[in-house]
Design a protein around this ligand. Sequence first.
Ligand code: ACO
Length: 325
Amino acid sequence: MTQTRSIIRGVGGYLPANCVTNDQLAQRVETSDEWIQQRTGIKQRYLAADGEYTSDLALAAAQQALERAGLTPADIDLIIVATTTPDYTFPSTATIVQRKLGMHHGAAFDLQAVCSGFVFAVATADSYLKNGLAKRALVIGAETFSRLLDWNDRTTCVLFGDGAGAVVMEVEHVGDDAPERGVLASSLRSDGHYWDKLYTQGGPSTTLGMGFVHMEGKEVFRHAVGMITDVVNSVFETTGYGVEDLDWFIPHQANKRIIDGAGHKLHIPPEKVVVTVDRHANTSAASVPLALNEAFTDGRIKPGDLVMLEAMGGGFTWAASLIRW
Ligand code: ACO
């Protein structure tokens, strides 16, 4: 008997060159390094240059993931870009990446689940691959979130940054006795009743514009830890694994206090939690793949490791995915 599974073949990431510290932000709005670090753990963030678009960040991350997988664009037949900050309202940023990769074949589309977008995209690609709709997928989380910010609003502009991360996923047909590998289970959730806790005050259909980010920070905080533990425990239940089996916990990097709160509630030892929010800030859909890329690049994640991805964001949306590396 054979089993069909989707595995991660390559990982990549990209951060824009311009690094902006909290002290530099404090020259633009009334804030301080101390306030930002105490409330969020953020020390700095990277901001895309003028003329540098989400598709450029996505492309750079995708190229690194392809190179590390030993593959070329010719080997890819599905591109999913998770983003809230597309280059244009349409066409999708995924089709722009497809063009920039020189591809005419395959399918490409964007996925919108805000900060949970990458985990939703991994689950979506996993399903496409296992159901025969594609053989190899580029799954990208990419954002120029800085462009959605009101830079005079100190309650939001200090929290976010730009960046991109990507993985190459591949379908495999192996014997039932093959060692476990790939995406084991995912849990996806949303509840649109929370829409006004975190949203942009505008869009093509409402204001004919884009709108800036509006957030009820305390409300987001209040729900985040419970929602994260909900999907993580759901994935553990499906797979039969537990916290004691986990090698790496890769959470959405919104806020160090939310990460600590979730880790504490789930009883995950801090040394197993990958943290990049201090250096990247919240890069929305890019945050999980950027953290994954860092832990892969510095050698923390090794073949056979059990890795939990999780995220929570606007909608609200929340999701987790358990992967055997
Ligand atoms: N610098 C200095 N002072 C500030 C700043 C700032 N950047 N922002 C707000 N303040 C002030 C407020 O004006 C307020 O002043 P006041 O008491 O004189 O009115 C005071 O600080 C406290 O403001 P609160 O909004 O109550 O601050 P809080 O302790 O809730 O912290 C924060 C705000 C960090 C956003 C917190 O609510 C939080 O962590 N929420 C989680 C949401 C989050 O991380 N979202 C990220 C995006 S969502 C996602 O990705 C899941």
